[in-house]
Design a protein around this ligand. Sequence first.
Ligand code: AMP
Length: 387
Amino acid sequence: MKVGIVGAGLGGLLAGAYLSSEGFEVEIFEKLPFAGGRFTSMNYRGYEISTGALHMIPHGRRGPLGRMLKELGCDVEIVDSKPEGEILWNGEREMLTRKSFSWFDVLRLNIEFFMNKLGRKRTLEEFARGLSEKSYLYVRSFLGWSFSIFPEQMMFEKIVPIFRRTEVYGGPGVPVGGCKAVTESLVEIIESSSGRVHLRKEVKAIKSGEKAKFILEKEKKEYDLVISDVGHRITSELLGEELGNHPSESRGVKYTIAIDEPFIGHTGVLFVLGKNIAGMNEVTNADENLGRKHMLQVHQPLRNGSREEIIRGLRDIKEILRGYSFEVLAVQSYRGDWPVNRVMAGMDMGNRTRHDNIFVVGDGAKGEDIEVDGIALGVENVLEALL
Ligand code: AMP
């Protein structure tokens, strides 16, 4: 069976790796000169600057992506974060444990889970406003870091499955070699099972039918099955179809900082409370080869993506890193066709299209989990339908 995949981002490559190992004839078309989309990196002055995502897998080795990479025999080591997190609030740092929050706030959370089961519909903002200041700010910072959203943008019920998964799988991990190690090893698997990844080849249109066709610059290609890794909106544009309402994207900015001495000093996330930036991790503590010295990745959710918002984030960084010798290597702002998330967390649109032989994977068609672990679950849904 011939499979054509649009886009060599993580979703396209993961689907391609499984299907080519199962004997499908896989061809992936990528318009850029490199594979990996938002999940790879470029070396700049000795630092692996990720193209999009952080060098991080939300549930580390044990989560859906870690499990699938292992099943595929990918040669990638994932260093699970220890501790999972720390909080920075009012200049004080504190390890994140259950004891970080008052029993009253924990009780409120459990009541909200119960009320949610009974049908209460509230945004996370409405819920979190009833908590102590510290817990409220933590909710903001967690959502900003993990989903690039503000609490009024997400319903409480959307967080429930993700919260449960975090209880099962635990916190994040850093792939040794960064995002690039993951996507490069998927390309290797595809090519060693005679699949092909064509770079600099843009799919200009998709024609539906019993055999779906890709229209490229100078050629047409025919497939039994098409998988699109470019989200529902661009996929329907390629099909020349109206999609109707599309949920909003989430925007954000990532600052990559070179720092002479470690600031965080461990492999976990430092959640920053009460600031414009939501958090940071120091990935060189998990893999020293990711940077010539130490490297911090700082993330901030954006409302409108204005210069002022970004300047406020840079001011936060300057204040927090006062006394350290550091340099801002990159400021990457994600929106438009390169958002943080093609649709806001919890609004993903499933993997099917109106055509039986055309599926969407990747961001915007995630399963019920965070970021790349959600992408892995979305790919798994498609594989279940096909295998
Ligand atoms: P990501 O942004 O990580 O989800 O990956 C999606 C990938 O699809 C990126 O590497 C894009 O460059 C690629 N892409 C987007 N549109 C097209 C297209 N029409 N043809 C081929 N590749 C595409």
